[in-house]
Design a protein around this ligand. Structure first.
Ligand code: UDP
Length: 243
């Protein structure tokens, strides 16, 4: 077993992380690449829960702007996360790993319904568990779903794996002078309205003292190096309270 600082992780994959160079949908080659990174982690002895987004297919807020009823749009967004989860499971199984999908919405022919007890039991047995449909309720995001599941499965760290290598003071794609943070606390991220995660997700992490790291999914070995305790990307923690 590798020299690990963290034994149980929750990795949040945005839907866009599965698009590869496409503008929409799922790139199977990209999904296989991501699955390869998860395999390295799992084989090092890390217990893994994955929460996947759906923004590469549908987001409820975007659909609502286009005239779709918001709750219907959110249901469509959650169904998109289920498609992504199935694609990740398929790639993990192809790599010879044990993996299954648990969803916040009940669809027994497609995947299992989430329960905390079963989730903990599967992860503890070495299975990679992919959580689909976020919280299972409209008006939430999969970031909030990730924070919730991370706390429920007692993950020691949440990793938000995105297309950017950390949190910046402004969008690094649009601004060449954007500055990356190595460390922030949740209060700062909320006060400065940094586009890291929605506020509900950050409050949940803060209240439950769950640290989060934002890193680039395209950086080979980044997930394993984080599990070994290396400083990569941007770390967000609860504000130290002076005693
Ligand atoms: N969604 C929801 N409830 C949840 C999680 C997600 O209604 O608990 C819907 C929502 O419409 C959201 C979409 O699913 O926009 C896809 O999730 P998200 O936008 O978080 O995906 P990501 O940006 O991570 O790809």
């Amino acid at each position: 077993m590798a020299n690990l600082q963290y034994k149980r992780l929750l990795v949040k994959l945005s839907g866009e992380a599965l698009m590869g160079r496409q503008d929409f949908g799922i790139d199977p080659a990209m999904v296989l690449k991501v699955a390869g990174e998860l395999k390295v982690l799992q084989q090092a002895g890390v217990e893994l829960g994955i929460v996947v987004g759906g923004g590469n297919i549908f987001r409820g807020a975007g659909l609502a702007e286009a005239g779709v009823d918001r709750v219907t749009g959110d249901h469509m967004g959650m169904l998109a996360t289920v498609m992504n989860a199935l694609a990740i499971k398929d790639s993990l199984l192809k790599l010879g790993l044990q993996a299954s999908v648990m969803s916040g919405l009940n669809m027994p022919e497609v995947c299992d319904l989430y329960t905390q007890r079963e989730a903990r039991s599967r992860i503890g047995a070495g299975e990679i568990l992919i959580f689909a449909a976020g919280t299972g309720s409209p008006y939430f995001t999969t970031d909030t779903g990730a924070s919730l599941r991370a706390i429920e499965i007692q993950a020691e760290l949440m990793i938000k794996a995105t297309k950017v290598d950390g949190i910046y003071n402004k969008d690094p794609v649009k601004h060449a002078d954007a500055v990356k943070y190595d460390h922030l606390n949740y209060d700062q991220a909320i006060d400065q309205r940094l586009a890291v995660m929605d506020v509900a997700a950050m409050i949940l992490c803060n209240d439950n003292a769950l640290d989060m790291v934002v890193c680039d999914i395209n950086e080979p070995g980044a997930l394993l190096n984080l599990a070994k305790g290396q400083s990569i990307g941007t770390r967000v923690t609860r504000k130290e309270v002076e005693k």
